[in-house]
Ligand binder design. Structure first.
Ligand code: PMV
Length: 327
């Protein structure tokens, strides 16, 4: 029956142990495993309609026609879905974020997780969580972590078959909160796909990857035991290691700005003063400051008072990607 339509939503996620560099860039199989938390309230909603009357795929982002590059990436992704489902029809895709696009949050993770679910359902597939996570990974690596709920681990695997994410604890397990100190809303100059390709050119990357199992074990245990001190230590070390690789790759990537360093220093002094707080930073200048729910108001006020911090977004642990029933 046509047109076939489905809508789904998925949350952004923040990595505590980072993905940086690929074993297989074509399938986005990572050089190391990673651990993240889905972010409640920061989500993407996507509707996909397969329609035999369409002459090509179309893409609307927040109501506006997407760029040619974005459409090409989504179309290549839909080809995988068509191949899996044995279908040929083109699709109309509409996607909207409920968080500011320029806030430096990885919108591609929520976007490709929602697209995987909506497109596979609209194509008549009913994929298990593991296979949905594998599909999302092919669109944007970190998107595989926005498929399961709560606290999530992406096992690196050796290839497409065994590289996927699963939940290690539900959203209600721990009252961690991500307070994002937004320093710049500019679009990043070097995107993550290009960045992953540069990772192996850093002499530090091999050591970072070799040590990843230790950091993954520490982080997983800290989450399971709700041990903030151990969590803070490994999360900041992992973030600094990734940025050390970025800064020392053949085309050097320095994402930090003076205000980024000011937030990092403030976080350290607040922790020394007894607040349970630590930072992590993705491929941009904004700082994700992690705390427990009791510390949110103190932290929000402290971050907001620092020079260079434009706004603070607050998000606790979020659930899994889900289909919308009302379509
Ligand atoms: O999924 P990608 O290709 O956008 O890469 C994500 C890279 C980082 O956000 C820097 C780290 C991570 O694990 O999310």
């Amino acid at each position: 029956m046509y047109p076939r339509t489905a809508a789904a939503f998925a949350r952004a996620n923040i990595a505590f142990i980072k993905y940086w560099g690929d074993l297989d860039p074509c399938w986005r199989v990572p050089a190391n495993g990673s651990i993240s938390m889905n972010l409640a309230g920061l989500s993407t909603r996507t509707r996909v309609t397969f329609d035999p009357l369409l002459g090509r795929d179309t893409l609307l982002l927040d109501g506006e026609p997407a760029s040619a590059a974005a459409l090409e990436r989504v179309s290549a992704f839909l080809d995988r879905v068509r191949q899996l489902a044995g279908r040929q029809e083109f699709a109309a895709v509409e996607s909207a974020n409920n968080f500011p696009m320029g806030a430096g949050l990885a919108s591609s993770a929520a976007a490709f997780a929602a697209l995987s679910l909506a497109a596979s359902a609209a194509a008549g597939l009913s994929l298990a969580e593991k296979d949905l996570s594998r599909l999302a990974r092919a669109g944007s690596g970190s998107a595989c972590r926005s498929v399961p709920g709560g606290f999530v681990e992406w096992q690196a695997g050796a290839g497409d078959e065994d590289s996927y994410a699963y939940s290690i604890a539900p959203a209600g397990h721990w009252d961690l909160v991500d307070c994002v100190a937004v320093i710049s809303q500019e679009h990043k100059r070097v995107g993550s796909t290009e960045g992953h390709a540069l990772a192996a050119s850093s002499p530090i990357q091999a050591a970072r990857v070799a040590d990843a199992p230790r950091r993954l074990n520490m982080c997983r245990a800290a989450i399971c035991e709700r041990n903030f001190a151990a969590f803070a230590e490994v999360v900041e070390q992992d973030c600094n290691l990734m940025h050390a690789v970025m800064m020392t790759s053949s085309s050097r990537l320095i994402y930090w700005q003076p205000a980024t360093l000011a937030v990092m220093a403030a976080v350290q002094s607040w922790r020394q003063a007894g607040l349970e707080v630590c930072y992590t930073i993705d491929a941009g200048p904004n700082v994700h400051v992690l705390c427990r729910s009791a510390g949110v108001e103190t932290l929000r006020a402290g971050l907001g008072a620092l020079p260079g911090v434009q706004m603070v977004l607050v998000a606790g642990p979020g659930g899994a990607a889900a289909l919308e029933q009302d379509v």
